[in-house]
Design a protein around this ligand. Structure first.
Ligand SMILES: [Ca+2]
Ligand SMILES: [Ca+2]
Ligand SMILES: [Ca+2]
Length: 280
């Protein structure tokens, strides 16, 4: 349950107020009662049903059977604290009796009406023909006032009241002892606002293991010209050691004839590689 003021029913007269959408020939009698409620800060409500304490009246001994109930939601006029802008309407809604008290009904709100935080008004109107049996429905008045006193109107003014537009129901009806209507709201409440906050960032990854200290990986330089061999040796984190010359055939002059240590060995950083280079 979202909101509950289904209590404190008055026993004094007038105990209730007409709130009915009559057949077309009696449109000037159409009347509508509304009461307010507050969606708390930080919440959003999705209202899917409303319970109302009401009473049927008839002169033909038959219990009236409304075709449905109109349920409308209104914003609050901050200047007058009366219904302002129609926000949502659910017409001729299905309903079921509550308990055994004739005229008490639970009315579906289909689809659910979603409202953000703030003050809102809900009106309930029976869609019921007066007919030959004078069938009517009335919404029960409540002795305790929550928020603002209930509102009411009879735009066609057949009922000759001061309230052709929404006014304070107690003033429209000329009574003071029961300022509200008896109702409760069903539905779901959820935290307002945008998407849920993002999850906390994952912890930073552990630092990578330290790189192994570079070592001298002796390159193969035999057969290469000395000018090519030296940068290969330096790039391999080695140094050029003693270079000795040896007489050689012409095609091998200037080229490395031998190296020490041999290629492929791993040695401490900057180990020296001795070379033998061909000469004239
Ligand atoms: Ca009507
Ligand atoms: Ca009742
Ligand atoms: Ca109220």
């Amino acid at each position: 349950m979202l909101y509950d003021q289904f209590d404190s029913q008055t026993t004094a007269n007038p105990a209730d107020i007409t709130s009915q959408d009559f057949e077309t020939s009696l449109d000037p009698a159409d009347s509508e009662a509304a009461d307010d409620f507050v969606v708390p800060t930080g919440l959003t409500w999705a209202i899917d049903a409303i319970d109302v304490d009401g009473e049927y009246f008839s002169r033909d001994g038959e219990e009236p059977v409304p075709a449905g109930f109109h349920v409308r939601f209104w914003s609050n006029d901050s200047a007058t604290s009366l219904p302002s802008v129609l926000t949502a309407s659910r017409m001729s809604q299905a309903y079921t009796p509550i308990g055994t008290a004739s005229g008490d009904v639970q009315i579906a709100v289909d689809s659910p009406v979603v409202l953000p935080a703030g003050t809102w008004w809900v009106s309930v109107q029976a869609r019921l023909d007066y007919g030959a049996g004078t069938h009517q429905w009335f919404w029960h008045n409540r002795t305790v006032q929550a928020n603002q006193g209930a509102a009411w109107r009879n735009p066609g003014d057949l009922l000759q009241t001061p309230c052709t537009s929404f006014g304070r129901r107690s003033a429209c009806q000329g009574t003071t002892d029961a300022p509200d209507q008896v109702f409760r709201l069903h539905g779901t409440s959820s935290a307002a606002g945008g998407p849920p906050p993002p999850p906390p960032p994952p912890p930073p990854p552990p630092p990578p293991p330290p790189l192994p200290a570079p070592r001298c990986h002796v390159p193969r330089v035999v057969g290469k010209k000395l000018g090519r061999a030296i940068p290969l040796i330096l790039r391999a984190h080695c140094r050029v050691g003693r270079i000795s010359r040896r007489k050689s055939v012409r095609t091998r002059r200037g080229k490395v004839l031998g190296q020490s240590p041999r290629a492929g060995r791993f040695l401490p950083l900057n180990s020296r590689v001795k070379l033998v280079v061909g000469r004239r």
